[in-house]
Structure formats: C-alpha cells, structure tokens
Ligand binder design. Structure first.
Ligand code: B12
Ligand code: SF4
Length: 437
C-alpha cells in the first residue's frame, strides 16, 4: 500500500426527493472502488452527504434522513408532497471541503436516476472549492442515463457500468500513475470495500455476488452488472470477520440480487463457516430474497443464522404468462412462507414486496396480491415501480406515462407513480390501508 500516491476525494452525494428512508443504505459501489484505489496506492478521502444523525431512528441503525425543504422541480408540482434535500446541510459540507487540500481528482457516485439534482449540487459545491480538480461521475444514474449525466451533472467525465477498469484508466491519464485493473472474472481478487471511510456506519453492507442470472422486464440489474458472478465463500467469511473486528458491528445487510441461487454451494457454506467460527451476526435482506429458494432446509438455516429482516421479492402473486418476471411459479410463495413460519419466523414478520404502478397494472391485481400475502401470514409491503431506460418494460412504461419519461430522469421517481395514468392518493391510501388492516 502506498497511501502517499495521488489524492482522491470521493463523494456520496445528496438525495433530492419527496421521500427517502435509510433502510440499510450505504454507497457500496463507491466504497468498493475506494478499497481498490487504496490498494493500488491512491490516497482516498470520502465525504458523505448522507451523514449525520437520522431524524427519526429506526431499528438496527435504519431511520429517516434529515430533510431540508427545497422548491419542487418544474413538472413535478402535481404531487402533494414536499420535495427536499436529504442528508447534511450544504454549509457543513462546504466547511468540510474548505479543510481539505486540493485533490488530484474527485470521484462522485450516483444511485437512483431521479436523484440527479443531488449529484449536480454536490459537484457544483466541489467545483466552487476545487475548480481545477477533474470530476469523474459513475454509478447507477451515470450508467442508465449517461447522456443526461454528461449534459446535466457538471462532471468532466461520466463512466458507465462497473467502474474498476475504466476508472483506473482515467486516473492514469489524469495523474500519470498507472495501476493494474482487477480481473473482472474473478471477484475474489477485489480488495474489501473501504467501509472504514464512512463516518457513520451501523451495519456491514455485503455483496457476495455481482449481477443476476434472471432478466426481469422492469429491472436494470443486467445493465448495471452484465454478468452474474459469485465470490467464493471463504473470502466472504474473512471479510465479515475482518470488518467485525475492526468496526465492532453485528448487523449485516446483503445487497445481492439473487442471494439464494445455488445456495448449497454459496450462502449456506458462508453461514455454516461463520457458525463454525463462533461468529455472532444479525442478518438483513433489504434487497429481498426469492421465494423459490426458501426450501425447508433454507428457512431453517436462515433462522439458525439469525436473519432478522427477511424480505421476499414477489412483485405480484399472479402466476403464468402475465408476470413481468420468471421469479415465481405456482405454489412457491405458499411454500416459502410455510417453511419460514415452520422455521420459527412469526406470522407478519416476513415482508413481501409487491410491485405497484407497473404500466397497465390493474388495481384489482394489487389488492388480490395484498390479500393473498396476508392470508399466507406474510406482511405485504408496496414497492413503487420506477421505470428505467434500457429495460424491456421501458417502451411500455414510456407509452403509459403521463410524464415525458425520456426528457428527464426526474420523472422516473417512483413517488410519482409515473406509469399509472389513473394514479391518485386516494387509491394509494386504500392499498396501503389494505396492507395494514
Ligand atoms: C442494494 C440495492 C438497494 C438497497 C440499498 C441501496 C443503497 N446503496 O442505498 C435498498 C434495498 C435499500 C434499495 C432500495 C431501493 N432501490 Co435499490 N438497488 C440496490 C441494488 C440491488 C444494488 C446497488 C449496489 O449497491 N450494488 C453494488 C455496487 C458494487 O454496485 P454499484 O453501486 O452499481 O457500483 C458499481 C458501478 O455503478 C460503478 N460506480 C459506482 N460509483 C461510482 C463512482 C465512480 C466515480 C465511478 C467511475 C464508477 C462508479 O462501479 C461500481 C463497482 O463496479 C441495485 C440494482 C443493482 N443490481 O445494482 C438496486 C437499484 C439501484 N434500486 C432501485 C430501486 C428502484 C430502489 C427502490 C426505489 C425500491 C423501491 N421501489 O422501493 C428503493 C429506494 C431506496 C431509497 N433509499 O429511497 C433501482 C434503481 C431505480 C432508479 N430509478 O435509479 C435499481 C437499479 C434496481 C432496479 N429496479 O433495477 N436498493
Ligand atoms: S428483479 Fe431481481 S431477479 Fe429480476 S433481474 Fe432484477 S435482480 Fe434479478
């Protein structure tokens, strides 16, 4: 390690939105790159615009972000909700910047496409302070909306897709320091994500694979990580134990897209090895598990390993050709919930995500799904659909929307229910009430 190499300032930008809740959120893509850059001799410093105490703390370190009200952007004014900036105030952010020496480059990450104003604001403040430092933007927004990002973010360079190799190449141009990129086929060669850089971390975000072997019509996973690859279990175990020793944290949130695929040779091996080593963790699956993988054995192992937040990605209980995915066949949800309950998860404890607001989706289909999940003892949780360019569903989404989706990623905001022309708050409240009844 040569921490005296070129200096890089990494930024996790603000969220600008109508609503935002920290549900095991961490900028894992940026932290992974930070780990790699540090390993290759760069000196990295991170500023997190989402730092600071949560306005309303929830369980396991989750909670509502602090919010400052902002004017609602033009075109979104029909939503009776207050728009705002989530995270720290610009003044302390400026103060933090003012204490730093000029970096050789600034690296900014991005997540939801419709959070782009927060990205542009962070870049604008960085430029005020370091006008000569080149700014490189990557992440989900940069990957899914690269043209918009080039036009609107203020970055000098926008990198789409997995950042490892292109970022090292760009930094070689900027700093004259060349570093070998990791083998993209072998996730085990990647250094650990630099979790120690985050000023506030209440859980360990964990990725044991990249990409997804499925291709659901509404999902951008195949665009973000085009190939499905897994790490081998031993380095995953070592990473968890390393960060637990260093950061003294017990909570772990899996970010994998398809954690239960091939679990016999992957997740279960990881959990068994952790148990053998006497490790104590509490696991959370905010990004959800597939019902298909929840056999009796799997449910028992999750319970024994101390999985506390279990969410299932079900989207709709309809089975057959109408589904926008191939994730669920007849009987699989029933079996998964029965197995989880038998393993000791209480009725109402397992959250079941139902996707709402798909183009052409009938309200009746959602109510049927909610009722079915409740009958089975699951807790229905509505996940509002966000249309994403490049996905199979995008053309139908754009045709169904009352917004010009292609004109501005702001219209991808799931709070707008952009693809439900007949959207109303009464309708949504009705559905939410049905979930809670
Ligand atoms: C984990 C995850 C979550 C987690 C936490 C996310 C977080 N960090 O805060 C949870 C479960 C909380 C979550 C929630 C939601 N999510 Co989510 N989530 C993901 C997921 C599966 C992985 C993101 C991740 O961390 N990947 C791991 C890292 C290693 O990859 P990465 O971030 O892409 O980083 C790589 C590159 O992007 C790049 N890179 C990243 N930063 C930088 C910076 C530079 C300078 C460079 C050069 C490169 C670069 O290099 C990195 C390494 O290769 C993605 C889908 C996916 N497969 O990516 C969806 C995804 C981002 N989520 C999505 C959605 C819709 C949501 C929800 C709205 C779901 C809902 N309906 O409720 C909520 C909203 C969250 C909120 N706070 O309001 C959408 C995006 C929608 C959009 N319009 O942009 C995605 C794409 C899934 C999809 N539907 O296709 N999510
Ligand atoms: S929705 Fe889930 S299963 Fe489908 S492609 Fe996306 S990550 Fe994979």
């Amino acid at each position: 390690m040569r921490p005296d190499g070129p200096s890089l300032l990494l930024i996790n930008p603000w969220i600008h939105d109508f609503a935002a809740y920290d549900f095991f959120a961490a900028p894992l893509g940026l932290l992974s790159l930070a780990g790699l850059l540090r390993d290759r001799g760069f000196a990295v410093h991170l500023l997190d615009c989402l730092d600071g105490p949560r306005a309303r703390p929830g369980p396991y370190g989750t909670g509502r972000y602090a919010k400052e009200i902002l004017p609602t952007p033009p075109g979104l004014g029909d939503l009776p909700r207050r728009y705002g900036r989530y995270g720290v105030s610009p003044a302390p952010f400026r103060a933090q910047l003012s204490r730093l020496a000029p970096p050789d480059a600034v690296l900014v990450t991005s997540l939801m496409t419709y959070w782009h104003p927060g990205v542009a604001e962070a870049i604008c403040l960085v430029r005020e302070r370091f006008p000569a430092a080149p700014v490189i933007l990557g992440g989900v927004y940069a990957t899914l909306c690269p043209d918009h990002a080039r036009r609107a973010s203020g970055a000098d360079l926008v990198i789409s897709g997995p950042g490892e190799a292109p970022l090292l190449a760009a930094l070689a141009d900027i700093t004259g320091v060349s570093a070998a990129p990791p083998d993209p086929e072998d996730l085990d060669v990647l250094p650990y994500p630099a979790l120690d850089l985050l000023p506030r971390l209440s859980f360990l975000p964990l990725l044991t694979s990249r990409g997804c072997p499925f291709a659901c019509d509404y999902c951008a996973s195949p665009l973000l990580q085009p190939r499905y690859r897994r790490r081998s279990p031993p380095p995953v175990v070592e990473e968890l134990l390393f960060w637990q020793r260093r950061l003294d944290l017990e909570e772990v949130a899996f970010y994998d897209d398809a954690l239960l695929v091939g679990a016999d040779s992957h997740l279960f091996v990881i959990l068994e090895e952790l148990a053998r080593r006497g490790a104590v963790f509490r696991f959370h699956t905010p990004n959800a598990l597939h019902a298909r993988g929840l056999t009796r054995q799997a449910a028992g192992l999750l319970k024994a390993a101390n999985f506390a937040t279990v969410r299932l990605a079900v989207e709709t209980t309809a089975v057959g050709d109408d589904r926008p995915d191939r994730k669920l066949a007849r009987g699989e949800l029933e079996e998964a919930l029965a197995n989880l309950h038998e393993a000791g998860f209480r009725r109402g404890e397992v959250g079941v995500y139902l996707l709402v607001g798909l183009p052409g989706q009938e309200e009746a289909e959602v109510t049927t799904s909610i009722r079915r999940v409740r009958e089975l003892g699951g807790r229905p949780l509505l996940a509002y659909y966000s249309p994403l360019p490049g996905t199979a569903l995008w053309p139908r989404a754009a045709a169904a929307s009352r917004y010009d989706l292609a004109a501005d990623p702001l219209f991808h905001n799931n709070s707008l229910m952009p693809c439900w022309p007949e959207f109303s708050w009464e309708r949504l409240t009705r559905l939410q009430r049905l979930c809670r009844e």
